[in-house]
Ligand binder design. Sequence first.
Ligand SMILES: Cc1cc2nc3c(=O)[nH]c(=O)nc-3n(C[C@H](O)[C@H](O)[C@H](O)COP(=O)(O)OP(=O)(O)OC[C@H]3O[C@@H](n4cnc5c(N)ncnc54)[C@H](O)[C@@H]3O)c2cc1C
Length: 490
Amino acid sequence: MQRRTFIQLCSGLSIAAFSYSPLLAIAGETKTGVLVLGGGMAGLCAAISAKQNGAKEVTLVEKGGFLGGHSILSGSGYWIGGTKIQEKAGIDDSVEINWEDSLERGLKLNRFLKRNPEVARQVYEKGPKDLDWLESLGVKFTDQPAQAIGNRKRVHYFAPGYRVGSPQAIKSLQKKAEELGVNIVVNTKLVSLITDSDKRDAAVVGAILEKRGGEKFALYAKNGVVLATGGFANGPEMVEKYHPYLKGVKSHGSKLNVGEGIKAAVAIGANVIVEHYGFGMNMLFVGTHSNVSIGQPLVEVPLIVVNKEGERFQDETRGYLAVNHKMVEKKFKLAYWILDSKSVDKYKDTSLKIWFEKQKVNKYSTTKELAEAEGISYKNLEKTIRIYNEDVAKGKDSEYGRTKLLQTIDTAPYYAFECEPQIYTSYSGLEINKKAQVLNEAGVPIKGLYAAGDVTGHLAYQSGLGGGGISGLVMATVYGKIAGEEAAKN
Ligand SMILES: Cc1cc2nc3c(=O)[nH]c(=O)nc-3n(C[C@H](O)[C@H](O)[C@H](O)COP(=O)(O)OP(=O)(O)OC[C@H]3O[C@@H](n4cnc5c(N)ncnc54)[C@H](O)[C@@H]3O)c2cc1C
């Protein structure tokens, strides 16, 4: 019923219904070859790949006023093992080492993996080669991969580095897409998908789009439609539907990623894999003063994290996700990094640097002053620090079994930074096969419909997306490239 309504709506639309942004180059057309919906990493890779694989016309439609989505806001780390960059830097890694390491640290529990191991495995296999492909398109990487959780240095930052490299990557890809003749339409969003019938095996033949301002129009796609509209981190309705335990947790990242691509695909029968692992959504540890994520120092700098009660609640070195999970589980709204001047002096050139240069880190001459100013129970904080310092002296964290970055907190000045969990990437998403085709509830590919990136959910595990052997940007690249290539074949 819904499908028929869409088709009628489309036939009733006239060409005059189109009106374009300055970037648009398809004036007067109601048809394209490959239609890519969403202009982040996955969408750009799909559009470029479609062109490189012979698609005559490729149109990329983006809801926002510029391209980038979550990709441009990301930490800039392309996490993969077995690259030429690692080899040059003397890091002994491979697809196999990365895969085994990931499985061991929880990947085997992931539902995507259980459902179709080959879809997951392909990301590990193609990720390193696709890094070379990104370089061939003009994307620049730093030459020293960084360590995060995992047994090798696998974080390949877009140049110039952590948090600041993503605009370079997106701009390079956009430039390439424009050079190849991709039509880029901004301020226009996907509303629904158009199918050629309302039968079970209907093919997707286009989409109903809506310009900012509310005007709707149909765009037909001869070769296929690629959904690359990101996840639903900022869609509270969908967060509650798939992950009710996260109701009320704040969202981070692009406000435009509300899950419209998933909804549109589900409306024509697509299957969603709901991943509850690790709360089903990735959460950043965000500084409340700055609204910027500050997770990395947890695994690099000796510090403790306490709640309002002044109590530790987790082995901090397990990373931001483990800390966030515990906070959500225990319903702690806020937590605080606490560190002393020894840590700050010794680790000032690590990931701590940016926070001390650019963010408001509060400095106090005593822990009492710190507790009072931050609204933390001093009685408990004093006890927490005392026990922690005694444990450090004994070389054993008696409370949470922490073994890394153990250093006493005893040298003024003391520093505190208030943080909260904010969800930013959904692990649940559309089921795809190795060709990036979207599957229906019976596991059959929906003709003409492909998907890549966050819209397909994630290979999350242990420490979440990015905490292991691969990351969201790699998934977006690998399946974006495949989706474009496959659609171009039609
Ligand atoms: C703060 C932050 C830090 C991160 N750090 C890292 C990291 O270091 N490494 C890593 O690998 N991953 C990281 N991630 C995750 C990573 O950014 C994502 O996995 C990746 O960017 C997904 O790419 P995408 O193209 O699928 O989605 P996006 O980049 O979000 O692109 C989706 C696009 O679709 C558009 N859109 C949405 N709805 C519609 C619609 N209805 N019609 C048309 N367009 C629509 C959006 O505006 C957006 O431009 C981070 C994410 C965030 C938020």
